[in-house]
Ligand binder design. Structure first.
Ligand code: ADP
Length: 235
């Protein structure tokens, strides 16, 4: 395993050229080490999706550098970047993006199709990931027979199956009632305790509090903050 930080932003920023040009993310620095849990907060339009797209290799910074596991993502080919995204980042979104007519296991297996993982190994890893998220009894269920919380667990299993360096989550409890959300957040705590690196975007100060670190993005400016129950305080 690489000894480099998982995430290293060095004066990285993104400007949409326009006109008019939009400075969606002002040049910023951020280092996230292996095993850290970081939440990202900020109002709508502040630049959170831009940040997520950069970290998730869906966009490349227009200024500065971004290193993922020590790889400078701007200097690798598009193909290599796609491969890095598929193998090193597990995405978890607010909506679960599951294929409705495939079982939980098949949904998880599909995440590994592009990874040159053999069929039997794909199945083994999918079942293991579903056990890990508490769905041992629902391996062959189709999504329409699962509750919202169970669907999100399938999506988390899918993200874990590729054995990524980073779980990148965008409002993962946004579609869940508060009790179900709390249980899913407990699962993220467990994964963090087991050493997973997690970056989670949330608008909810209570959710932000669960991480060791919180960064705030406001008008495209990223700052490290201390989270409090009432909101966040600039550190
Ligand atoms: P958030 O996710 O916090 O709501 P975004 O990262 O989506 O914020 O947007 C940050 C800023 O960049 C906003 O002012 C938004 O209008 C602008 N923006 C987002 N995408 C584009 C684009 N493709 N072209 C131009 N401006 C954009």
């Amino acid at each position: 395993m690489s000894t480099a930080p998982v995430i290293e932003l060095r004066a990285a920023g993104l400007t949409y050229p326009g006109p008019p040009a939009v400075h969606a993310l002002r040049p910023c620095g951020l280092t996230v080490g292996r095993g850290e849990y970081v939440t990202v907060v900020g109002p709508s339009g502040a630049g959170k999706s831009t940040f997520l797209n950069i970290i998730g290799l869906l966009d490349v910074p227009t200024t500065g550098r971004y290193l993922l596991d020590g790889f400078d993502v701007a200097t690798v080919s598009d193909r290599h970047r796609t491969a890095l995204r598929g193998t090193r980042i597990g995405f978890v979104f607010q909506s679960f993006h599951l294929l409705e007519h495939r079982s939980a296991r098949e949904n998880v297996e599909l995440a590994m199709v592009y990874q040159h993982v053999g069929r039997r190994e794909r199945r083994r890893r999918a079942v293991e990931a579903l056990h890990r998220v508490g769905l041992a009894h629902r391996v062959e269920a189709i999504p329409s027979r699962l509750s919202g919380g169970e669907r999100q667990r399938v999506a988390i299993a899918r993200a874990l199956a590729a054995e990524p360096s980073l779980l990148l989550c965008d409002e993962p409890t946004g579609n869940l009632d508060s009790r179900t959300a709390a249980a899913v957040l407990d699962l993220f705590d467990d994964l963090h305790r087991d050493g997973m690196t997690i970056i989670m975007i949330t608008h909810d100060p209570q959710v932000a509090l669960r991480a060791q670190r919180t960064v705030r993005i406001s008008d495209g400016v990223l700052t490290e903050t201390r989270a409090t129950a009432e909101g966040t305080v600039i550190a």
